[in-house]
Design a binder for this molecule. Structure first.
Ligand code: ZN
Length: 425
C-alpha cells in the first residue's frame, strides 16, 4: 500500500460532464467574507438552483494572487477541462478567475474551445448581455493589443541588439560556436583555420568548385564534429560571401560591425568578394541551362500565366533541375512557392504528348497517325530533345497539380523532318 502513493484519478467513468466551482482568495484580503468557503457556499447555492451536477472536488486557491494563472487549483481545473470532464464553471465574480484582461481572454478561449460555460454569480448575464458582449470584445482587442506590443518590443529589442553588434538568433556559421551564456559567437579554432584556408584559396583564384574538391579531399566536413556532408560549391560560395567572417553582422540589407571576432581580415574578405562578383555567371550558365531544359520558354505558371524559369541546384554530386515561377513581368512579383521538378514535369509532358497523339489518331487523320508512330519509336532522351520543336505551350497548374499541353499545328511535319533530315542526337 505504501508503494502506491499516487492519488487515484478522479472518477470520471460517467460520460456526463460536471459543473466545477472555482474559488480564490488573495493574500492581501483576508476578510472572512471573501474566503474561499463563503464563495464556495454561494456558488453551490447558485448551481443547485439550476440543478447542475456539481463536482465533489473543490477548486480553491487560498492565498493565491490573480497576477498569474499558475495557481494549483486553477491549473487542476484546466486539466480537467482539457480532459473533457467539466461543462460549466461557476465563480463568484470574474476577478476570482483573474484581474488581467489578457489572462481572462486566454481562459475564455480555453472554455470556448472545450465548450465550457462560465457562470458568474454577481453577473449572471456575463457574456450574454450587450454590455457583456462589448466587454468580451474589449477583452479580445486588449489582448491582441498586448500581443502586438510584445511583438513590437521584441522587434525593437532585436534591432537594438543588432545595432550594438550583437548576434540575436539564427544559424551559427561554420567556424564559430555559440557561447552558452552570452549567446554570442565565439571562434572555433580548428574550423576557423579551415575557413581561413578557403578564403586564401579563393583569393588565389580558385573557384568554389575547386575549393570544394580540395576540402573534400582533405575530409573536411560541413560540420566540425565530423558530422554533416561533403562541401558543395554552393556552400563554399555562401561561406565566402558571409560577412560574419570579416567581423560584421547583417541587419536587414545593411552590414554592421559585430561584437564577435573576425576569422579573416576585412581586406582578404573584400578581395574574395570582388573576385566572386567579377565572375558572376551570366550568359555561359544560361546557355548551359537552356540546353538541358527543353521546356524553357514553353512552360507557363497556371496561376499568373507567366513563363516559368528553369533552375539548377546542386546538392553534393546530384544536380536538381526544376522550373519555378520567378518572372517579374508586368511588374508583379512571382508566385510564391510555385516550382516543379524538371524531371517530373518533362516526363509528364512526354506522356501527355503520347496520349494526345493516341487520342487524335483514332480520328481519320493520317497525319496524327504518323505522329503517333514516330513519337513512340523515340527513346526518352530523343523525345525530350524534340519537345521544343513540337510543343506550343504547356501550362502547369500548381494548385491542381495538373498540366495542359498544346502542340504546334504542324507538329507532325516538324517531328518527321527532325527525324529524317537533321539528326539531333
Ligand atoms: Zn506564377
Amino acid at each position: 500500500m505504501a508503494k502506491n502513493r499516487q492519488k487515484p484519478a478522479p472518477e470520471c467513468s460517467s460520460v456526463e460532464r460536471q459543473c466545477a466551482i472555482y474559488t480564490r482568495q488573495s493574500r492581501q484580503h483576508t476578510s472572512v467574507l471573501s474566503s474561499c468557503e463563503i464563495q464556495q457556499s454561494i456558488c453551490t447555492d447558485f448551481a443547485q438552483e439550476s440543478d447542475w451536477q456539481i463536482a465533489d472536488r473543490k477548486f480553491a486557491d487560498a492565498g493565491e494572487s490573480s497576477e498569474t494563472l499558475e495557481r494549483p487549483a486553477l491549473q487542476q481545473l484546466l486539466k480537467e477541462i482539457d480532459a473533457g470532464q467539466i461543462d460549466r464553471v461557476v465563480v463568484y465574480s470574474v476577478d476570482r478567475l483573474t484581474r488581467k484582461l489578457f489572462d481572462l481572454h486566454r481562459l475564455l478561449e480555453v472554455f470556448e474551445r472545450h465548450d465550457v460555460q462560465l457562470h458568474v454569480v454577481t453577473d449572471p448575464r456575463f457574456g450574454k448581455s450587450a454590455e457583456g458582449r462589448l466587454m468580451m470584445n474589449i477583452v479580445a482587442a486588449a489582448s491582441e493589443f498586448q500581443q502586438d506590443l510584445t511583438r513590437e518590443r521584441m522587434a525593437d529589442a532585436r534591432v537594438a541588439l543588432k545595432q550594438q553588434g550583437r548576434r540575436v538568433a539564427g544559424c551559427v556559421p561554420y567556424g564559430y560556436v555559440v557561447d552558452g551564456k552570452s549567446k554570442q559567437l565565439i571562434i572555433d579554432r580548428q574550423a576557423a583555420r579551415r575557413v581561413r584556408k578557403m578564403f586564401e584559396l579563393a583569393a588565389a583564384g580558385r573557384l568554389p568548385t575547386e575549393i570544394a574538391e580540395i576540402v573534400n579531399q582533405r575530409r573536411w566536413r560541413t560540420r566540425r564534429d565530423g558530422g554533416g556532408g561533403l562541401w558543395t560549391p554552393r556552400q563554399i560560395l555562401k561561406l565566402l560571401s558571409n560577412p560574419t567572417y570579416a567581423g560584421m553582422i547583417r541587419n536587414g540589407i545593411r552590414t554592421l560591425p559585430g561584437l564577435h571576432e573576425a576569422v579573416v581580415d576585412p581586406g582578404l574578405f573584400q578581395s574574395v568578394r570582388e573576385a566572386i562578383e567579377s565572375r558572376r555567371p551570366s550568359k555561359r550558365r544560361r546557355k548551359a541551362t537552356s540546353f538541358a531544359s527543353p521546356l524553357r520558354g514553353l512552360l507557363k505558371c497556371g496561376r499568373c500565366k507567366r513563363v516559368m524559369i528553369p533552375k539548377i541546384s546542386q546538392h553534393g554530386n546530384i544536380r536538381y533541375r526544376y522550373y519555378r515561377c520567378r518572372s517579374t513581368a508586368g511588374g508583379k512579383p512571382p508566385c510564391r512557392h510555385v516550382g516543379v521538378s524538371a524531371y517530373e514535369i518533362e516526363r509528364f509532358v512526354r506522356s501527355m504528348i503520347c496520349s494526345i497523339s493516341a487520342e487524335s489518331s483514332t480520328e481519320e487523320d493520317g497525319g496524327d497517325h504518323l505522329f503517333f508512330a514516330i513519337w513512340n519509336q523515340l527513346d526518352d532522351w530523343s523525345q525530350l530533345k524534340r519537345i521544343p520543336l513540337i510543343v506550343r505551350e504547356a501550362v502547369f497548374d500548381p494548385d491542381a497539380g495538373t498540366i495542359e499541353v498544346i502542340l504546334l499545328d504542324d507538329a507532325t511535319e516538324r517531328l518527321t523532318s527532325s527525324c529524317n533530315e537533321t539528326p539531333l542526337d
